[in-house]
Design a protein around this ligand. Structure first.
Ligand SMILES: [Fe+2]
Ligand SMILES: [Fe+2]
Length: 137
């Protein structure tokens, strides 16, 4: 297991937590395929799901950023595009099966979780809460 889901990942925005949970599950699947030796036959299928799930997640998040008028939206979106670009480059590279490609990908994913999910995705929570508590009052 590469990343163990824990409460520190929670934003307490249900849809986002669900999608982050799914992303982590797919990344863990890729990680264990590598160590179980099933990597070469399953990599394309797993990367396909990772791409689909992340695109779907970014779309959800970006709609929320739009709705709550998050001031740093553009910068946040750029970081989402960077993720997509790295995964696309990885999936279209000729040495996708190599150990180096694997280690580079997981170094990036580790960095992504530390800096995006645990930092950037938390930055809009106060505004989200303010926006939606106002609506229900
Ligand atoms: Fe996110
Ligand atoms: Fe995000």
């Amino acid at each position: 297991m590469f990343i163990r889901w824990s409460d520190i990942f929670k934003t307490h925005i249900e849809i986002i937590d669900e999608q982050h949970f799914k992303l982590i599950a797919i990344i863990n699947e890729l990680y264990s395929a590598y160590y179980k030796g099933t990597y070469s036959e399953s990599i394309n299928e797993i990367i396909g799901r990772l791409t689909e799930c992340s695109v779907n997640h970014f779309d959800t998040e970006e709609k929320i950023l739009d709705e709550i008028k998050f001031p740093a939206k553009e910068n946040h979106i750029l970081d989402h595009r960077r993720f997509k670009k790295v995964i696309d480059q990885f999936s279209s590279s000729n040495d996708i099966q190599s150990d180096i490609a694997f280690y580079e990908l997981f170094e990036f994913l580790n960095d992504w979780f530390m800096n995006h999910i645990l930092v950037k995705d938390r930055e809009f929570i106060p505004l989200y809460n303010k926006h939606f508590s106002k609506k229900t009052n």
